[in-house]
Design a protein around this ligand. Structure first.
Ligand code: 5GP
Length: 130
């Protein structure tokens, strides 16, 4: 199903892009729980993660792993949390969240970064991709 993420994939809506390959895109969440909160999505329009084919599910996990490793190198944190949760956007997405406290993953606490900071952050994470 087409959603705002389809427009981001098509380049019709801008994003702070971190990584892209033929089948996936990673970009900063616009309303982050913590600095560096990233979304990894498949380019195919599939609403629910577990509706992806086995191959596409595994590929999304491997892509997310690569992005998580770059995120861990970039943003000081104890761990990178991974969560597939939410009801807002009907397009499968993996949240990667630098974790320093459990409230970083409750989706109740939000942080604000200005556009320059978001742009710089996305660039630094991208530079740390293996
Ligand atoms: P969920 O479906 O997980 O509840 O919400 C979707 C997530 O995508 C939220 O964390 C929200 O902040 C993020 N999001 C929604 N619209 C946009 C957008 O246009 N750009 C970006 N970068 N993130 C978005």
């Amino acid at each position: 199903m087409a959603s705002i993420f389809s427009k981001i994939i098509a380049g019709e809506i801008p994003c702070y892009r971190i990584a892209e390959d033929e089948k996936h895109l990673a970009f900063l969440d616009i309303n982050p729980n913590a600095e560096g909160h990233t979304l990894c999505i498949p380019k195919t329009e599939v609403d629910q993660l577990f509706d992806l084919s086995k191959e596409d599910y595994a590929a999304l996990m491997l892509f997310s792993r690569k992005v998580a490793q770059a995120l861990k190198k970039t943003v000081p944190c104890q761990r990178i949390a991974m969560s597939v949760i939410g009801l807002e956007v009907p397009h499968a997405h993996v949240h990667l969240i630098p974790l320093n406290a459990m409230e970083d993953v409750t989706f109740g606490k939000k942080v604000q970064l200005d556009p320059m900071a978001m742009q710089g952050l996305a660039k630094r994470i991208a530079e740390n991709l293996a």
